[in-house]
Design a protein around this ligand. Structure first.
Ligand code: PRE
Length: 377
């Protein structure tokens, strides 16, 4: 006779009870191991021991399916054991000291701010929205130039686009965050309501050439494709494209730019609502040289490198999950001169003074390469 489901579940319950109490016993021993390691200055993570353990438990199984299963189970058990050990390390003050200083507020009065592009650019609009009017500002040609201005102390803050809701990340600025030791202290989202703008008196049927930043051209692809005979031209930014059209006074030229830039350079709006996504917005970051964060900051950006190994990303993310931290974004960028290896950028909710954040960063710092905290804002 087939055993009854209730009876089978009773058997499973009895096994689970044993497994739970054994798990707790194992965790108690892991805590003792942690104390021994703290005393003897040994690292928590011992790869050789873990590999031996995985081999020995898998040898005791009786099918291929169970061999994979027990390996997965033990990888998890040892990862949980490590996380508990990192907590104890943290409690003993054995983790990297935070280099960041909390501040009540950012200084926004009488400071110098640099942005890339020209007046009328979206970066300019983001800067004005974030800082208000009591700043001195100037502009430079490239995002790298803006980072250099900060590095040499000529500006306190720089404003850089990091992500567009339609076109995705601004890769160059992710790479600049890696190249420079600057810190993100704020962010500003600006709706990007591009328009097609030409010189006063021009009409849609006059247009032959459209100038704009490649991202803006991409964002208006559907509209541009519906005008097959137009030639599109990449430009360093949307406002510079508007300025060119305004200066050259040629009826066949138009720019895709913000209504703000169109007005600034005296152009006429030939067509509104030309982007594929009416919600289209760009997120700008505010960077500075000082390692500070506001006490009320609620978002953290970090990056780290991982070896080209199965499970390495999964393991790194478990530190966020295990500490109950909500990840809001993950991106990867290739690491120069190391083919097929990546630096991961993770944004998550929290403040550097939260213990869950400290625990996650402590665990990550031991298990990933080149962990960097790009800012808390
Ligand atoms: O044996 C150790 O050194 C431990 O810290 C215990 C343990 C485990 O839970 O089995 C945890 C972490 C190490 O990477 C290896 C093994």
């Amino acid at each position: 006779m087939m055993p009854d489901l209730q009876d089978l579940r009773k058997e499973i319950d009895a096994i689970d009870n044993q497994m739970t109490s054994l798990f707790e016993k194992r965790m108690e021993i892991a805590e003792q191991v942690a104390r021994f390691k703290i005393e003897n200055e040994k690292p928590v993570f011992d790869r050789t021991r873990e590999l031996e353990k995985l081999k020995s438990v898998s040898q005791k199984t009786h099918s291929n399916f169970n061999r994979c299963g027990i390996q997965e189970l033990y990888q998890q058990i040892m990862s949980i054991s490590r996380k508990r050990q990192y907590q104890l390390l943290q409690e003993h003050g054995i983790s990297q000291k935070s280099l960041f200083t909390p501040v009540d507020n950012l200084e926004k009065e009488n400071v110098t701010v640099v942005f890339q592009g020209v007046e009328g650019a979206y970066s300019h609009a983001a800067m004005c929205r974030f800082f208000g009017n009591s700043i001195q500002s100037y502009h430079v040609d490239t995002w790298k130039d803006a980072m250099e201005e900060i590095k040499h102390g000529r500006a306190r803050y720089a404003v850089l686009p990091i992500e567009n809701s339609t076109a995705g990340i601004v890769q160059d600025n992710y790479d600049l965050l890696t190249a420079y030791d600057h810190v993100i202290v704020g962010e500003q989202i600006i709706p990007c309501q591009h328009v097609l703008a030409g010189i006063p008196g021009s009409t849609l049927s006059d247009i032959q050439h459209v100038y704009s930043h490649p991202q803006a051209l991409m964002q208006c692809r559907e509209f541009l494709d519906s005008n097959e005979n137009w030639c599109t031209h990449d430009f360093s930014n949307t406002a510079a494209a508007a300025k060119k059209v305004a200066l050259e006074k040629d009826k066949t030229q138009a720019a895709i730019a913000s209504p703000y830039a169109a007005e600034y350079f005296g152009l006429s709006v030939l067509k509104e609502g030309i982007f594929s996504n009416p919600e289209n917005s760009t997120r700008f970051i505010i960077v500075t040289k000082d390692k500070i964060y506001q006490k009320a900051a609620h978002k953290i950006s970090v990056s780290y490198e991982l070896p080209h190994e199965s499970g390495s990303l999964y393991n790194s993310l478990s530190h966020f999950i295990y500490n109950g931290l909500n990840m809001t974004k993950i991106e990867s960028r290739p690491i120069a001169n190391r083919n097929w290896e990546y630096r991961f950028f993770v944004d998550f909710e929290g403040n550097l003074s939260d213990s869950a954040v400290k625990n996650a960063l402590c665990g990550l710092s031991f298990e990933v390469q080149n962990l960097r905290i790009h800012g808390n804002y």
